[in-house]
Write a protein that binds this ligand. Structure first.
Ligand code: SF4
Length: 367
């Protein structure tokens, strides 16, 4: 039997699970600390770390500590490390570790495939076959942390971006449990301001997120200043056009008063001209709250074989777009590239692996 990951429990769920079996709250805390602080990787090690043998035994009967198997790892000269993990059901997912001046961040995957189908995205080529569980998302962080522990330099994952394969808000319950797991002060203790969730713009979930007590950062993929262009780039815009998206963002800003990131991928001669920059600036300036709280994150496109219709913007176009926003008083930044010498674009390593593996074994639905 394939057992689910222990990393899938929130602290409260673990307390309840052990409580139903006659064990007290402090036993749950001992298990929690052994997993996230002492980072044990076996049940005997859990007992050595101070967990009652009977508690470890019943946990082992129903759960595994680790469920991800490392399939491929690519390391970039700039310190970026890309992991391809195989899940228990054979599906492959990507996780990326990035080094920044401010710390180490991990980009996690939330679904196997994705149904949003953004036209520039290597991940969106394969329809979603299933959501990841909270345990499978949390374990990605743990696997990267264990990789850092093995390197022995005392480094820890300090930031998380939920921007890998999948639409996190299409897997909302598992996402929220994952956020609770990684933030717990007696565990990984990653602060909410160090976590960013990125959505393609599921408006109802943006509202739910605003109403939740998650204090984490939100990024919304805009990628175009008008509906015609956005629908060309992101087919989700047909169902959820810019007006609806901005209304949900207004609600979010009203409720939270937090800053928000608007992601804008720059595609050469598609959405990267000064006219589009001006249109975007006008759109943002028409909403005072948005102007005050939004930062536009410009993302120069990484060309992938699967989408030869898109090319990278020239440096001149990137600078021109940025300057136009700034001249209009719109906060903007250009995303630095990580792992340029490896399969850097989101989903690229997985997509390449799936093509290479096609004749070997079925590793993902639809392959
Ligand atoms: S960019 Fe994100 S939301 Fe869009 S298809 Fe790719 S994984 Fe899905």
């Amino acid at each position: 039997m394939k057992k689910p990951s222990l990393y899938g429990f929130t602290q409260e769920q673990l307390e309840a699970w052990l409580g139903e079996r006659g064990h007290r709250k402090f036993h749950a805390m001992q298990v929690w600390e052994s997993l996230y602080r002492k980072r044990v990787s076996s049940f005997p090690a859990m007992v050595e770390a101070g967990v009652k043998p009977e508690v470890a035994r019943i946990l082992e009967e129903a759960h595994a500590i680790g469920t991800l198997e490392e399939h491929t790892r690519q390391e970039s000269v700039d310190g970026t490390v890309k992991f391809l993990f195989r899940l228990l059901d054979g599906n492959l997912i990507e996780t990326v570790l990035m080094k920044h001046k401010f710390g180490l961040s991990v980009c996690v995957t939330t679904q196997v495939g994705c149904n949003i189908g953004c036209s520039f995205c290597a991940s969106g080529l394969l329809a979603k076959s299933r959501d990841l569980t909270a345990g499978e998302i949390a374990e990605q962080i743990m696997r990267v942390q264990l990789f850092l522990d093995e390197a022995g330099a005392g480094q820890r994952v300090s930031h998380i971006v939920v921007m890998g394969i999948g639409e996190p808000f299409d897997n909302y319950t598992h996402l929220m449990n994952f956020l609770s797991i990684v933030q717990h002060p007696k565990g990984l203790a990653i602060g909410p301001r160090h976590i960013t969730v990125s959505t393609s713009g599921l408006t109802a979930k943006i509202r739910d997120f605003a109403d939740s007590d998650a204090q984490v950062n939100l990024a919304v993929s805009l990628h175009a200043p008008n509906n015609e262009l956005r629908t060309r780039i992101m087919k989700i815009n047909k169902a959820l056009p810019i007006e609806k998206l901005l209304e949900s963002i207004d609600y979010y800003l009203e409720r939270t008063r937090r800053r928000i990131t608007l992601e804008y991928i720059l595609l050469a001669d598609v959405n990267d001209r000064r006219e589009e920059a001006q249109e975007l600036a006008d759109l943002i300036r028409s909403r005072p709250q948005l102007l005050k709280l939004a930062n536009v994150n410009l993302i120069p496109y990484n060309p992938v074989d699967e989408h030869s219709q898109y090319q990278r913007s020239t440096l001149e176009a990137i600078n021109g777009f940025y300057d136009t926003l700034k001249k209009n008083g719109v906060s903007a930044s250009v995303r630095l590239e990580h792992g340029a010498d490896i399969d850097a674009a989101c989903g690229q390593l997985r997509s390449k692996q799936l093509r290479g593996d096609e004749d070997k074994e079925p590793v993902a639905a639809g392959v």
